[in-house]
Design a protein around this ligand. Structure first.
Ligand SMILES: CC(C)(COP(=O)(O)OP(=O)(O)OC[C@H]1O[C@@H](n2cnc3c(N)ncnc32)[C@H](O)[C@@H]1OP(=O)(O)O)[C@@H](O)C(=O)NCCC(=O)NCCS
Length: 169
Protein backbone atom coordinates (compact mmCIF):
# COMPACT_ATOMS: atom_id res chain seq x y z
CA UNK A 1 0.00 0.00 0.00
CA UNK A 2 1.20 3.53 -0.76
CA UNK A 3 0.85 5.40 2.51
CA UNK A 4 1.23 8.80 0.86
CA UNK A 5 -2.21 8.15 -0.66
CA UNK A 6 -3.80 7.59 2.77
CA UNK A 7 -4.59 11.31 3.04
CA UNK A 8 -5.13 14.15 0.59
CA UNK A 9 -4.65 16.76 3.30
CA UNK A 10 -1.89 15.53 5.62
CA UNK A 11 1.58 14.19 4.91
CA UNK A 12 1.82 10.52 5.88
CA UNK A 13 5.12 9.01 6.99
CA UNK A 14 6.23 5.72 8.49
CA UNK A 15 7.13 6.26 12.14
CA UNK A 16 10.41 4.78 13.38
CA UNK A 17 12.66 4.94 16.43
CA UNK A 18 13.66 8.45 15.33
CA UNK A 19 10.09 9.59 16.04
CA UNK A 20 9.82 8.20 19.57
CA UNK A 21 9.84 11.60 21.28
CA UNK A 22 7.09 13.10 19.14
CA UNK A 23 5.01 9.92 19.46
CA UNK A 24 5.48 9.98 23.23
CA UNK A 25 4.48 13.65 23.39
CA UNK A 26 1.27 12.97 21.47
CA UNK A 27 0.32 9.82 23.34
CA UNK A 28 1.14 10.98 26.85
CA UNK A 29 -1.34 13.88 26.55
CA UNK A 30 -4.18 11.41 25.94
CA UNK A 31 -4.64 10.62 29.62
CA UNK A 32 -8.22 9.32 29.32
CA UNK A 33 -7.15 6.60 26.88
CA UNK A 34 -4.67 5.12 29.37
CA UNK A 35 -7.20 5.23 32.20
CA UNK A 36 -9.17 2.65 30.21
CA UNK A 37 -6.14 0.98 28.64
CA UNK A 38 -3.35 0.89 31.25
CA UNK A 39 -0.42 0.91 31.73
CA UNK A 40 0.42 4.51 30.86
CA UNK A 41 2.54 4.93 27.72
CA UNK A 42 6.34 4.63 27.92
CA UNK A 43 8.99 5.01 25.25
CA UNK A 44 9.73 1.31 25.54
CA UNK A 45 6.05 0.43 24.97
CA UNK A 46 6.07 2.58 21.83
CA UNK A 47 9.06 0.63 20.50
CA UNK A 48 7.17 -2.61 21.16
CA UNK A 49 4.04 -1.20 19.43
CA UNK A 50 6.17 -0.55 16.35
CA UNK A 51 6.80 -4.28 16.02
CA UNK A 52 3.71 -5.95 17.47
CA UNK A 53 1.68 -8.04 15.01
CA UNK A 54 -1.55 -10.00 15.17
CA UNK A 55 -1.32 -13.78 14.65
CA UNK A 56 -0.21 -14.89 11.21
CA UNK A 57 0.89 -11.45 10.01
CA UNK A 58 4.39 -10.28 9.07
CA UNK A 59 6.03 -6.88 9.43
CA UNK A 60 5.41 -6.11 5.73
CA UNK A 61 1.67 -6.14 6.51
CA UNK A 62 2.08 -3.45 9.16
CA UNK A 63 1.86 0.31 8.61
CA UNK A 64 2.84 2.24 11.73
CA UNK A 65 2.32 5.75 10.42
CA UNK A 66 2.03 9.39 11.34
CA UNK A 67 -0.14 12.11 9.83
CA UNK A 68 1.61 15.50 9.71
CA UNK A 69 0.16 18.99 9.41
CA UNK A 70 2.73 21.73 8.74
CA UNK A 71 5.48 19.43 10.05
CA UNK A 72 3.66 18.60 13.27
CA UNK A 73 2.59 15.06 14.10
CA UNK A 74 -1.19 15.25 14.59
CA UNK A 75 -2.25 11.59 14.38
CA UNK A 76 -0.79 8.11 14.75
CA UNK A 77 -2.18 4.95 13.20
CA UNK A 78 -1.21 1.30 13.28
CA UNK A 79 -2.83 -0.37 10.28
CA UNK A 80 -2.57 -4.07 9.46
CA UNK A 81 -3.18 -5.04 5.86
CA UNK A 82 -5.28 -8.17 5.40
CA UNK A 83 -6.29 -9.06 8.93
CA UNK A 84 -8.10 -11.24 9.77
CA UNK A 85 -8.79 -11.81 6.07
CA UNK A 86 -7.33 -10.62 2.79
CA UNK A 87 -9.79 -7.82 1.99
CA UNK A 88 -10.03 -6.49 5.54
CA UNK A 89 -7.82 -3.72 6.95
CA UNK A 90 -7.38 -3.70 10.73
CA UNK A 91 -6.71 -0.52 12.70
CA UNK A 92 -4.73 -1.61 15.74
CA UNK A 93 -4.34 1.91 17.08
CA UNK A 94 -5.47 5.43 16.21
CA UNK A 95 -4.87 8.57 18.22
CA UNK A 96 -4.91 12.29 17.50
CA UNK A 97 -2.97 15.06 19.22
CA UNK A 98 -5.02 16.62 22.01
CA UNK A 99 -4.33 20.10 20.57
CA UNK A 100 -6.36 19.27 17.45
CA UNK A 101 -9.10 17.08 18.93
CA UNK A 102 -12.83 17.72 18.53
CA UNK A 103 -12.33 19.60 15.28
CA UNK A 104 -13.32 16.74 13.00
CA UNK A 105 -9.73 15.85 12.04
CA UNK A 106 -9.94 12.26 13.29
CA UNK A 107 -13.16 11.74 11.34
CA UNK A 108 -11.65 13.33 8.25
CA UNK A 109 -8.62 10.99 8.37
CA UNK A 110 -10.71 7.85 8.92
CA UNK A 111 -13.26 8.80 6.30
CA UNK A 112 -10.68 9.52 3.62
CA UNK A 113 -8.76 6.34 4.44
CA UNK A 114 -11.93 4.22 4.24
CA UNK A 115 -12.79 5.68 0.85
CA UNK A 116 -9.24 5.03 -0.34
CA UNK A 117 -9.25 1.43 0.92
CA UNK A 118 -12.62 0.91 -0.76
CA UNK A 119 -11.18 2.09 -4.07
CA UNK A 120 -8.40 -0.50 -3.63
CA UNK A 121 -11.00 -3.25 -3.27
CA UNK A 122 -11.07 -3.66 0.51
CA UNK A 123 -14.41 -4.81 1.89
CA UNK A 124 -14.21 -3.58 5.45
CA UNK A 125 -12.15 -1.97 8.20
CA UNK A 126 -12.09 -3.59 11.63
CA UNK A 127 -10.83 -2.50 15.01
CA UNK A 128 -11.50 -2.83 18.70
CA UNK A 129 -12.12 -0.22 21.36
CA UNK A 130 -11.94 -0.65 25.10
CA UNK A 131 -15.42 -1.25 26.47
CA UNK A 132 -16.63 1.79 28.38
CA UNK A 133 -14.19 4.39 27.02
CA UNK A 134 -16.73 7.08 26.10
CA UNK A 135 -14.37 8.99 23.79
CA UNK A 136 -13.34 5.97 21.69
CA UNK A 137 -16.84 4.55 21.60
CA UNK A 138 -18.46 7.82 20.54
CA UNK A 139 -15.82 8.38 17.87
CA UNK A 140 -16.03 4.95 16.24
CA UNK A 141 -19.84 4.79 16.34
CA UNK A 142 -19.97 8.27 14.81
CA UNK A 143 -17.62 7.01 12.10
CA UNK A 144 -19.87 4.18 11.02
CA UNK A 145 -18.31 1.28 12.91
CA UNK A 146 -20.83 -1.34 14.05
CA UNK A 147 -20.06 -3.60 17.00
CA UNK A 148 -19.66 -7.26 16.01
CA UNK A 149 -18.97 -8.71 19.44
CA UNK A 150 -17.45 -8.23 22.86
CA UNK A 151 -14.25 -10.12 23.52
CA UNK A 152 -11.46 -10.42 26.04
CA UNK A 153 -9.15 -12.14 23.57
CA UNK A 154 -6.85 -9.19 23.00
CA UNK A 155 -6.14 -8.05 26.51
CA UNK A 156 -7.00 -8.29 30.16
CA UNK A 157 -9.95 -5.95 29.68
CA UNK A 158 -13.10 -6.25 27.63
CA UNK A 159 -13.03 -4.82 24.14
CA UNK A 160 -15.65 -4.29 21.48
CA UNK A 161 -14.77 -5.66 18.04
CA UNK A 162 -16.34 -3.42 15.41
CA UNK A 163 -16.47 -3.14 11.64
CA UNK A 164 -17.17 -0.55 8.98
CA UNK A 165 -18.27 -2.07 5.69
CA UNK A 166 -16.82 -0.28 2.69
CA UNK A 167 -19.35 0.39 -0.03
CA UNK A 168 -18.34 1.43 -3.52
CA UNK A 169 -20.10 4.62 -4.61
C1 LIG B 1 -10.93 9.25 19.47
C2 LIG B 1 -10.06 10.30 18.79
C3 LIG B 1 -9.13 9.62 17.78
C4 LIG B 1 -10.95 11.28 18.05
O1 LIG B 1 -10.15 12.24 17.37
P1 LIG B 1 -10.73 13.70 16.99
O2 LIG B 1 -9.74 14.31 16.06
O3 LIG B 1 -11.09 14.44 18.22
O4 LIG B 1 -12.04 13.27 16.21
P2 LIG B 1 -13.33 14.15 15.78
O5 LIG B 1 -13.11 15.59 16.10
O6 LIG B 1 -13.62 13.77 14.38
O7 LIG B 1 -14.49 13.53 16.69
C5 LIG B 1 -14.40 13.54 18.09
C6 LIG B 1 -15.74 13.13 18.67
O8 LIG B 1 -15.52 12.58 19.97
C7 LIG B 1 -16.35 13.26 20.90
N1 LIG B 1 -15.70 13.19 22.22
C8 LIG B 1 -14.55 13.77 22.58
N2 LIG B 1 -14.29 13.50 23.88
C9 LIG B 1 -15.31 12.71 24.31
C10 LIG B 1 -15.63 12.10 25.56
N3 LIG B 1 -14.82 12.23 26.62
N4 LIG B 1 -16.74 11.37 25.65
C11 LIG B 1 -17.58 11.21 24.58
N5 LIG B 1 -17.32 11.77 23.36
C12 LIG B 1 -16.21 12.51 23.24
C13 LIG B 1 -16.49 14.63 20.34
O9 LIG B 1 -17.61 15.28 20.88
C14 LIG B 1 -16.65 14.31 18.85
O10 LIG B 1 -17.95 13.86 18.53
P3 LIG B 1 -19.11 14.85 17.91
O11 LIG B 1 -18.56 15.36 16.61
O12 LIG B 1 -20.29 13.94 17.76
O13 LIG B 1 -19.30 15.94 18.91
C15 LIG B 1 -9.24 11.11 19.84
O14 LIG B 1 -10.11 11.59 20.83
C16 LIG B 1 -8.17 10.28 20.51
O15 LIG B 1 -7.07 10.15 19.97
N6 LIG B 1 -8.50 9.68 21.68
C17 LIG B 1 -7.55 8.83 22.39
C18 LIG B 1 -7.24 7.58 21.63
C19 LIG B 1 -8.46 6.77 21.28
O16 LIG B 1 -9.40 6.65 22.05
N7 LIG B 1 -8.42 6.20 20.06
C20 LIG B 1 -9.48 5.37 19.56
C21 LIG B 1 -9.40 3.99 20.07
S1 LIG B 1 -8.03 3.08 19.37
Amino acid sequence: MQIELFSDKYKVHTLTNKNIDEIYNLQSQNVLFYEYCPPFVTRQAIQEDMRILPPGKVIEDKYYIGFYQDGKLIAIMDLIDGYPEKRIAYIGFFMTDTSVQNQGIGTEIIDYLCRHLCSLGYESVRLVWIKGNPQSEHFWLKNGFTPLMETTNNAAYEVILAERRLIRE
